[in-house]
Structures are given as C-alpha cells and as structure tokens.
Write a protein that binds this ligand. Sequence first.
Ligand SMILES: *[C@@H]1O[C@H](CO)[C@@H](O)[C@H](O)[C@H]1NC(C)=O
Ligand SMILES: *[C@@H]1O[C@H](CO)[C@@H](O)[C@H](O)[C@H]1NC(C)=O
Ligand SMILES: *[C@@H]1O[C@H](CO)[C@@H](O)[C@H](O)[C@H]1NC(C)=O
Ligand SMILES: *[C@@H]1O[C@H](CO)[C@@H](O)[C@H](O)[C@H]1NC(C)=O
Ligand SMILES: *[C@@H]1O[C@H](CO)[C@@H](O)[C@H](O)[C@H]1NC(C)=O
Ligand SMILES: *[C@@H]1O[C@H](CO)[C@@H](O)[C@H](O)[C@H]1NC(C)=O
Ligand SMILES: *[C@@H]1O[C@H](CO)[C@@H](O)[C@H](O)[C@H]1NC(C)=O
Ligand SMILES: *[C@@H]1O[C@H](CO)[C@@H](O)[C@H](O)[C@H]1NC(C)=O
Ligand SMILES: *[C@@H]1O[C@H](CO)[C@@H](O)[C@H](O)[C@H]1NC(C)=O
Ligand SMILES: *[C@@H]1O[C@H](CO)[C@@H](O)[C@H](O)[C@H]1NC(C)=O
Ligand SMILES: *[C@@H]1O[C@H](CO)[C@@H](O)[C@H](O)[C@H]1NC(C)=O
Ligand SMILES: CC(=O)N[C@H]1CO[C@H](CO)[C@@H](O)[C@@H]1O
Length: 406
Amino acid sequence: MRSTLLSSVLWASTVAAQGTYNTTNPTNSSTGAGPDADGKYVITGTDIRATFVPYGASISNLFLNDSSGIERDIVTGWDNASYYSIDKQHPHFGGVPGRYANRIKNSTFSIDGTSYNILPNENPTPDHPDGVDTLHGGPDGWDWRNWTVVAHTENSITFSLVDEAGDQGFPGEVVSYVTYTLGNRTWDFSMSAISLEQETPIMLSSHVYWNLDGFANNETATALNHTLHLPYGGQRIATDTILIPTGDILANEKDGLNDFWSKPKQIGANFTNPDLNGNCGFNCTGYDTCYLTARPTPYSWESSPVATLSSSWSGISVNIFTDQDAFQVYSCGGQNGSVALKSTQGLFDVEDRPRVIEQYGCVVMEVEDYIDGINHPEWGREDKQIFGPESGPYVLKARYVFGLDG
Ligand SMILES: *[C@@H]1O[C@H](CO)[C@@H](O)[C@H](O)[C@H]1NC(C)=O
Ligand SMILES: *[C@@H]1O[C@H](CO)[C@@H](O)[C@H](O)[C@H]1NC(C)=O
Ligand SMILES: *[C@@H]1O[C@H](CO)[C@@H](O)[C@H](O)[C@H]1NC(C)=O
Ligand SMILES: *[C@@H]1O[C@H](CO)[C@@H](O)[C@H](O)[C@H]1NC(C)=O
Ligand SMILES: *[C@@H]1O[C@H](CO)[C@@H](O)[C@H](O)[C@H]1NC(C)=O
Ligand SMILES: *[C@@H]1O[C@H](CO)[C@@H](O)[C@H](O)[C@H]1NC(C)=O
Ligand SMILES: *[C@@H]1O[C@H](CO)[C@@H](O)[C@H](O)[C@H]1NC(C)=O
Ligand SMILES: *[C@@H]1O[C@H](CO)[C@@H](O)[C@H](O)[C@H]1NC(C)=O
Ligand SMILES: *[C@@H]1O[C@H](CO)[C@@H](O)[C@H](O)[C@H]1NC(C)=O
Ligand SMILES: *[C@@H]1O[C@H](CO)[C@@H](O)[C@H](O)[C@H]1NC(C)=O
Ligand SMILES: *[C@@H]1O[C@H](CO)[C@@H](O)[C@H](O)[C@H]1NC(C)=O
Ligand SMILES: CC(=O)N[C@H]1CO[C@H](CO)[C@@H](O)[C@@H]1O
C-alpha cells in the first residue's frame, strides 16, 4: 500500500511536470525567468503567450493575435498578482477551484457511512449566516490560496498545493500538482491530486472567464454574440433555484434553450425568450449549467472537442478537448460592471464605453465531473470523485486549441 502511494505521488508529479523540475531554485529555473514586475509568471508558445499567478494557480492573461493581426488578451484577471488577494468580490478569475469544484448541497456528504460537515460559503439566510451550501471548496478554497511554483520553463509552469487534513472540514491531507503548457496556439493543462490519508471528495476544474474579443468589440460590450457548440451536450444536470443539483438529468430538447449540441448557437440567441429567466437560478437569465459530455465509448479524449467557442468579430475560436465527463457554462449574468478590465483589454478610443466587465460580458467554461456527484450515488461517479491512499490519484487533462476563423 505504501509503495502504491509512493508510486502515485511520483507518477502524479511526473505527469504534472511534463518537463524540468527544479525545486532547488523554483522560480528562476534553468529556462524560466521568475515573476515579472507585476508578480506574474510569463510562458510563451508559438503565436501564444500567457501569464499566471500563484493565487489559485490562476491564468492571468492569455494573448493571441486576432484575424486582423491585433493582439488580444482573451481572459479576465487583474493587472498584478498582489491584487488577487485584495479584491473582495473574488470572482474565481482563471483559477483552480478545489478541493471540490462547484456546489455541495447543505455543505455535507458522507463516505462509507461517515458524514462530514464542511464550511458553507454561499446563500446565507438568517438561520445560516455563513450560507446553506459550499461553493468551490469553501471560504478558503484552493483558489483563495497562493500555490507554490515548483517549475517554470519558457513554455510551461507547474504549481503545487498541500491541503491539510480538516481544512474547510474535508478529511485527510491532499497534495496537488497543476501544470500548464503552451504549444503552437495550444494551451494544455494537467491536474493531479493525491489523497494521502483518508478517502475524500476531489473534483477540480479550471475557472476561466473568456471574451474572445479581448473586450475590444466596438459593436457590443457583451459576449452574447460568441457562438458555442457542445456536440456531446445532449443532457444537463437539473438544478434548483440556488443551483444545487436535484438529482435529475434532463434532456436538452432540440431547438430548445439549452440546445447547443444540434448545431452551434450564439450564447445570446435565446435571450429574448422569457423562458430563459430562471434557467441559471432564481431570476437569472442565461446559463450557469452543467452539460454532460457523453461521448460514445471507447473514445480518445484528444480526438474530438467537447466544446467550441468562437467570435466572428475577432475571428478567434477555441476548441476544448478533455478527459472530463461534464462541462459547466456560465454566461456572466452576475457581472454588473463592478470589475475593471485589465490595462491589456478593452477599447481606449470609445469614450462612452466604461472600462469594466458588463453583465454578460464574458463566458466561463469549466471542464469537470458531474457537479455534486458525491451527493448523488445514483449517478455512479464514486470512482471519479472519491480518492484515498489506496485509489490512484485524481487526474484531469485538457487541451485548448485556438484557431482563426476570420
Ligand atoms: C536548479 O537550480 C540550482 C540553483 O540555481 C542550479 O544549481 C541547478 O543547476 C538547477 N538544476 C537544473 C536541472 O536546472
Ligand atoms: C502578434 O503579432 C505581432 C506582430 O507580428 C507580434 O509581435 C506578436 O508577438 C504577436 N502576438 C502573439 C501573442 O503571438
Ligand atoms: C494592481 O492592480 C489593481 C487592479 O488592477 C490596481 O488597482 C492597483 O493599482 C495595482 N497595483 C499596483 C501596485 O500596480
Ligand atoms: C499571495 O501572494 C501575494 C504576492 O504575490 C501577496 O501579496 C498575498 O498577500 C498572498 N496572499 C495570500 C492569501 O497568501
Ligand atoms: C444538513 O446539514 C446539517 C448539519 O449542518 C445536518 O444536521 C443535516 O442532517 C444535513 N441535512 C441533510 C439532508 O443532509
Ligand atoms: C503551427 O501550426 C500551424 C498549423 O496549425 C502550422 O502551419 C505551423 O507550421 C506550426 N508552427 C510551428 C512552429 O510548428
Ligand atoms: C470597429 O472595429 C473594426 C475593427 O477594428 C473597424 O474596422 C470598424 O471601423 C470599427 N467600427 C466602428 C463603428 O468604430
Ligand atoms: C433559440 O435560438 C435558436 C437560434 O436562433 C432558434 O432556432 C430557437 O428556436 C430558439 N429556441 C427557443 C426555445 O427560443
Ligand atoms: C448579436 O446578437 C444579437 C442578439 O442575440 C443579435 O440580434 C445580432 O444579430 C447578433 N449580431 C451578430 C453580428 O451576429
Ligand atoms: C429580477 O431581476 C430584475 C433585473 O435584474 C430586477 O429588476 C427584479 O427586481 C428581480 N426580481 C426579483 C423578484 O428579485
Ligand atoms: C455588483 O456585484 C458585486 C459582486 O457581486 C456586488 O458586491 C455589488 O453590490 C453589485 N453592485 C450592484 C450595483 O448591484
Ligand atoms: C527568486 C528570484 O531569483 N527571482 C529573480 C528571477 O529573475 C528575475 C528576472 O531576471 C529577477 O527579477 C528575480 O529577482
């Protein structure tokens, strides 16, 4: 058992690093240069460049040239690493939610007959001032913490985090590694997590907010004209008014509000339909929805994308390949202009356009497993969501391939 565990750790760190480890000199490794003046770590591929910050192991900028050859920064974030810990709104910009992404009903779960109460942090009521459920791992979830940079090369960066036993109420210590690598207009990531002591839920994701126009579209401040295709997304997980899964799996009727599978559709295509109100929780118009990515088995996850997002304005598209079985889409209905754009985004020559993220100004896309699967044993997700010293490590892989349609 001990050797199984050790080989898991070694295996996971190898998978995570995919390259040079230099723990002696973690920041300025043989090829990396350490953080820049804003505290960000830059990595570069072919015609693509990104920055990352230790806070949440978050992507902070992603630069690509659009079809006019103009450089666009297509993810949200802040201008410097220190501001991530200061901002009170904490929109989970580009980070790794953990130890368990998305919501846990009633902040409870049980494993082998033992029930656990973890810290709530969403939907406070007079009786439950801290909230009635747990979102993204709790009030000090993994994307509220500074991860350790364990490797930084010209085109990749690896972060690690040690999550102590009992933190946020979760059982057992967990060690995680996340590696991001840029290629030829590609962004790969590999996440692994090992539970060293006890069985615990683990579900990670990457919580990136996209605007493929770099917020510089002079026709609209929103991302509602972005086109989304989820070719395997014929089903979704039903949720209640506070977005907690009910246990039901719903069919996404062809031509219905949640049909992104039968053909590509603009995110905003159905916004004039009053039935879209309530589709993402109480009085929320749009999407905050976990679509399933049910591919015919056996399949190779690298062979076809589970999602494609594109914008005809910039011409930039992204194809998302992953080994994960679900895919969350959030249309940024909760944004309200209170978050400033980065200095690398937006329009500078349109006077009446505030330099902020407007409602529906972005789209969040998260590769993940079935949300709150730990409270729905009827879905059969235990092998993908419960990990202990005797199981293998939790693993998530994804590849984002960027194109130019214009
Ligand atoms: C790791 O960093 C140390 C200290 O800077 C250096 O001496 C060593 O050569 C580095 N190792 C590799 C493999 O880059
Ligand atoms: C965009 O194009 C310019 C000019 O060719 C080039 O200098 C820059 O590196 C490109 N940006 C990216 C992210 O490839
Ligand atoms: C860091 O970024 C924030 C948000 O963009 C900005 O308000 C602040 O002035 C910046 N601080 C420094 C030291 O650059
Ligand atoms: C994270 O690191 C930044 C420096 O980049 C620092 O300003 C901040 O206080 C740290 N935050 C936490 C939560 O440790
Ligand atoms: C909800 O959590 C409380 C503890 O906070 C627990 O007493 C109760 O049994 C839980 N309810 C369900 C349905 O799991
Ligand atoms: C990058 O990929 C494009 C096709 O997608 C290809 O034409 C080009 O040669 C590749 N560049 C490198 C440096 O491999
Ligand atoms: C919008 O931007 C495009 C591309 O930069 C430009 O060709 C067009 O003239 C602009 N339109 C307006 C109304 O400013
Ligand atoms: C949603 O929008 C698509 C594309 O415009 C349209 O074909 C479909 O009928 C709409 N569905 C509903 C339910 O409004
Ligand atoms: C942008 O979206 C709006 C609302 O869905 C639609 O009326 C308009 O035709 C779209 N524009 C383009 C260029 O697709
Ligand atoms: C629903 O949202 C609209 C627009 O944000 C707001 O004006 C309205 O008061 C809300 N209704 C309820 C019942 O909360
Ligand atoms: C905008 O959203 C933020 C974050 O949720 C919230 O703190 C703020 O009160 C909202 N502002 C308005 C005007 O609704
Ligand atoms: C920790 C460390 O050595 N950081 C250095 C890495 O390299 C950059 C750029 O050369 C320096 O500014 C850092 O001080």
